[in-house]
Write a protein that binds this ligand. Structure first.
Ligand code: FAD
Length: 512
């Protein structure tokens, strides 16, 4: 007799028993570490295959605050990680020459100000700013002002003080970070296999990946595969043809040239992103050196000219020959297909303007673990994962386009081209909303909070026509008093913070 209960066959799971990760860059070892930590009760064998011959991309040194959660949930000692990866602290990003040459603005982490009678800081600050009665936005942010004075400390228990809410991320040596996570993963049972994957075997009946073949003939079987093989997407694209959505029409850069250099002076507690004639240049301070690179569009700048731009704008002596990297901005159409999840460069690439790539590895892993499949890999779950990831990639893309497409620079073919970049509809809607009453709506699970958009809108000199009518409900003297109080407290508190270098020396200086 038929019952409403599923048969034994469908009512039980077929838990994952063998997960194979391809790639030992930042993405591969982040995946290995997370799975070793979170799947420890699943009795699942985790293997990571990588090829030293092929190597890793080796850049990717600036992060955003969620990385601190990644570190904490793995139970990693933060100071130890900082020492081992020569890391420094990061409070935000300084954008120089983006809006126009000679202009700069700061995108700090963390919250600025507080709500007044249920009305957010951005609304009442903007009201006063439009009336010419408020200081620049940055002056109300502890992170921005601490970075401007090169100060840093971790949050402390100080009820009511802005020191409670200090929000930070790290700059670290990417190769040392991967090495650190390798040690963590191997100590928790992950096996590393050295070898080059040359073939991917698919199961004829459903196209699931069955095994990998290595150059030396070894076969590696698995029931789930994580593709962290870098831009080429060895499994997700070459074997499974998941497709790639190209966003170059929105973001014209397609190359980078990178070089480490000697440290010049104490490390700042922020990343510098300085616009150049056909792209921009990053400077990332580490304890022992600086990381530098120029991101550029080959249609507007040759590799040679990019190299010259890079070398002529270094603060310290170069420590190696500059290395050119090519990329195609966009995302994998299906980041997860059948029994293969792609992470890192294999899943998509957005230039490091807001340091989001490592975050997207973390985000992909967190979502995957929340939606952990068994060997059946339910298609509806996969579709949901892909929709969520696509949405988050798109909103980050929009945030990056905002930097390029709304500035006033017209001093080179590149910047004239940027002025004509088509805005994605989702970005257009955000800009138009802001241009009305200065309102910003964070949508669903998008990464950047309202205040991040406010900093970049304001930095790019985009202004609303009128203040938010909600602010008519507030007493103008109360707004003035509230803003003056925040400004004053921030100004005083920053002076009590240690210098960034002094904080590192006291807590987490690397040996040597
Ligand atoms: P990779 O580092 O390329 O690793 C690929 C791995 O796959 C390697 O171990 C390789 O050996 C292995 N592999 C490939 N093929 C095979 C094969 N056939 N057999 C066996 N193994 C194989 N992100 C940020 O968050 N912040 C930044 O500041 C930042 N800056 C960046 C600057 C530039 C110019 C670029 C290009 C990227 C930047 N990123 C940044 C992105 C960041 O570097 C990557 O997200 C991160 O390093 C992850 O890379 P990955 O592990 O996916 O790939």
């Amino acid at each position: 007799m038929a019952t409403s209960h599923a048969s034994n066959d469908t009512a039980t799971n077929a838990p994952l028993r063998r997960i194979v990760i391809v790639g030992g860059g930042t993405a591969g070892w982040m995946a290995a570490a997370s799975l070793a930590r979170f799947l420890r009760n699943l009795k699942c064998d985790i293997q990571l295959v990588e090829s030293e011959q092929i190597g890793t991309i080796g850049v990717g040194e600036a992060t955003i605050p969620p990385i601190m959660n990644f570190i904490r949930v793995l139970g990693i000692d933060e100071d130890d990680l900082i020492r081992q990866t020569n890391a420094t602290f990061k409070l935000g990003i300084r954008f120089q020459d983006w809006t126009r040459v000679g202009h700069s603005y700061f995108h700090p982490f963390g919250r600025t100000g507080f709500e007044m009678e249920g009305i957010g800081f951005p609304a009442y600050w903007m009201r006063q700013r439009l009336a010419g009665d408020a200081a620049p936005l940055e002056e109300y942010s502890l992170q921005a002002m601490a970075a401007a004075h090169n100060r840093f400390m971790r949050p402390v228990q100080a009820p009511g003080s802005p020191l409670e809410g200090i929000t930070y991320a790290l700059h670290f040596d990417a190769a040392l970070f991967a090495r650190y996570l390798r040690g963590y993963s191997e100590a928790r049972g992950v096996t590393r296999v050295e070898g080059r994957v040359v073939r991917v075997d698919l199961r004829p009946e459903d196209g699931f990946i069955e095994a990998l073949r290595l150059e030396d003939g070894r076969r590696i079987d698995g029931d789930f595969f994580i593709d962290c093989s870098g831009f080429r997407g060895l499994l997700i694209e070459e074997a499974l043809q998941a497709g790639y959505e190209n966003w170059q029409r929105f973001l014209p850069c397609d190359s980078a040239v990178a070089v480490p250099s000697e440290r010049a002076g104490p490390p700042p507690s922020y990343t510098l992103a300085a616009a150049r004639s056909a792209g921009w240049q990053w400077r990332i301070p580490l304890q022992h050196r600086e990381g530098n690179g120029v991101v550029y569009a080959r249609d507007f700048l040759s590799d040679e000219a990019a190299r010259e731009t890079l070398l002529s704008n270094l603060a310290g002596k170069p420590l190696a020959d500059p290395r050119v990297l090519r990329f195609v901005t966009g995302r994998r159409r299906e980041s997860w297909k059948r029994n293969c999840l792609s992470l890192g460069l294999a899943s998509g690439f957005l230039e490091p303007l807001e340091s989001t790539s490592i975050h997207m590895v973390h985000r992909g892993l967190a979502l995957f673990i929340q939606m952990l499949p068994d060997r059946h890999c339910e298609p509806a779950d996969i579709a949901r994962y892909n929709r969520m990831l696509a949405f988050e990639y798109e909103r980050i893309r929009d945030f990056l386009v905002l930097h390029y497409a709304t500035g006033q620079r017209r001093d080179s073919d590149f910047w004239r081209h940027c002025a004509g970049i088509e805005w994605p509809d989702s970005l257009r809607a955000k800009i138009e909303l802001f241009q009305g009453y200065g309102r910003i709506q964070r949508e669903d699970t998008e990464l950047f909070p309202e205040q991040s958009w406010l900093y970049v809108f304001t930095g790019q000199d985009i202004r609303p026509r009128r203040p938010d009518p909600m602010t008519d409900l507030l007493d103008p003297d109360k707004i003035r008093g509230g803003l003056a109080n925040i400004h004053d407290v921030i100004g005083r508190v920053v002076q009590t913070m240690p210098h960034h270098q002094a904080f590192i020396d006291r807590h987490c200086a690397a040996a040597g």
